[in-house]
Design a protein around this ligand. Structure first.
Ligand SMILES: Cc1ncc(COP(=O)(O)O)c(C=O)c1O
Length: 402
């Protein structure tokens, strides 16, 4: 070697195989090295038995994909840089000019914004349907409908739909279904087998997951996944994924892989905390309504019970409250500002409890009849001690009253 730099790049040492440890190694690559031109030419990028280019997969990304398939009950997965990118990957792969997509009226807001702000410009129309009225969905499905989004529970207002009935309607109409399964996290119910009948049972075609939330669990990673059970469908998603260049960083993948083993424990802890706090909120005169699908009387509680059962660990750590109408927006803002442990911040699923005040009037076409009128605040219960969180809510309520 004439120059030290060449020796630093082409050094003959290769780390030995056979090293075993609880956590997998992290493989990073944009470039993948081929042993020969023939190997380069014969390599099929879609095939998971080898490697072509960092964007198409590394041992680290394949490993996370396989674990997410195990979590959600699917067989194929693509990883994308955020939960919203996962939603976009689905729409861009499956919809063309002239098609229509149906979205629940209580869906994650940016899903609706994507349809309004991007898909519309490409000649793809959308309609919002009433997630709590399967007949409304049935009436809206037409010849142009190519995709129906589902979400359980709905974002912010947390109504739990009759997922099985919505799916039956879509199946009968021959329309593809995609579920935003971030709330269920692969733990509350099995998206590909809602009747526990095994292969071929009633299930969604696609499950999208914002790994940003519970699978990451740290509030420090943005990532999404799109899981399917259908090889052909997966290929359509993967081709779009490849053409859009939707890669994920190995360090972020490692963070999610490290958090996955504690996912079920954390989910159960978030669930316990949220239920305890939601029940406490129900006893408070400041609130006109508490929204949490595991609470009797909350919209969709019966559907939640039928699908997820009553055992602990079958609901996410989210709940919302609607303040009694006598509380002004300014008082509700003062309540949020007064919280010490619940931090003001979007997203959820991490160790720190979070709170967001929402303007429901701007989020829904009309105020839903099943929701009390008043200011809505959504909480994500973190992993702090429940008594501390409850005391925090109590002191902030006092501040709001003052
Ligand atoms: C239900 C739901 N789906 C998808 C997303 C998008 O995830 P990300 O923040 O990773 O884009 C979010 C984020 O808040 C969400 O709440």
């Amino acid at each position: 070697m004439s120059d030290k730099t060449t020796g630093l790049i082409h050094h003959p040492y290769v780390p030995p195989e056979g090293f075993a440890a609880p956590q997998p190694g992290v493989f990073k690559a944009s470039t993948v090295i081929f042993p020969s031109v023939a190997a380069m030419r014969s390599r099929e990028w879609k095939d998971k038995t080898g490697y072509t280019y960092g964007l198409h997969g590394t041992p680290t990304t394949y490993l996370l994909e396989e674990r997410l398939c195990a979590l959600e009950g699917g067989t194929q997965c693509v990883l994308v840089p955020s939960g919203l990118a996962a939603i976009a990957n689905v729409g861009l792969a499956l919809l063309q000019s002239g098609d229509e997509v149906l979205i629940p009226d209580n869906a994650y807001g940016p899903n609706k914004a994507l349809a309004e702000g991007e898909l519309k410009g490409w000649g793809i129309t959308h309609q919002l349907y009433d997630a709590m009225d399967p007949q409304d969905l049935a009436h809206r499905i037409g010849p142009k409908t190519k995709l129906v989004w589902l979400e359980a529970a709905g974002s912010v207002t947390l109504e739990f739909p009759d997922l099985r009935e919505l799916l039956r309607i879509c199946r009968q109409a021959g329309v593809l279904t995609a579920l935003d399964n971030t709330w269920g996290a692969g733990l509350a119910f099995n998206p590909f087998d809602l009747e526990h009948q095994g292969e071929g049972g009633l299930g969604v075609d696609i499950s999208v997951h914002a790994l940003t939330k519970y699978p990451s669990g740290g509030g420090d990673v943005l990532m999404g996944s799109v899981v399917t059970r259908d090889e052909k469908l997966h290929l359509r998603l993967k081709l779009t994924h490849m053409r859009l260049g939707l890669g994920v960083g190995a360090n972020d993948v490692e963070a999610v892989l490290r958090s996955l083993p504690s996912l079920a424990l954390r989910y159960a802890a978030h669930d316990r905390a949220a239920r305890a706090l939601a029940r406490w909120c129900q006893s408070r005169p400041e609130f006109a309504q508490v929204l949490h699908p595991a609470l009797p009387g909350s919209p969709g509680h019966e559907q939640w019970r039928a699908l997820c059962g009553e055992a602990a660990g079958r609901a996410a750590g989210l709940f919302s409250v609607i303040f009694d109408a006598r509380y002004s927006r300014a008082q509700v803002d003062a309540f949020c500002d007064a919280l010490q442990l619940f931090k003001l911040g979007y997203s959820w699923g991490g160790p720190m409890s979070l709170v967001v005040p929402y303007e429901l009037a701007g989020m829904r076409p009309a105020w839903p009849a099943h929701l009390a009128r008043g200011s809505l605040v959504r909480f994500s219960a973190g992993l702090e001690a429940v008594e501390d969180l409850q005391a925090d809510l109590a002191q902030a309520l006092q501040a709001a009253r003052a």
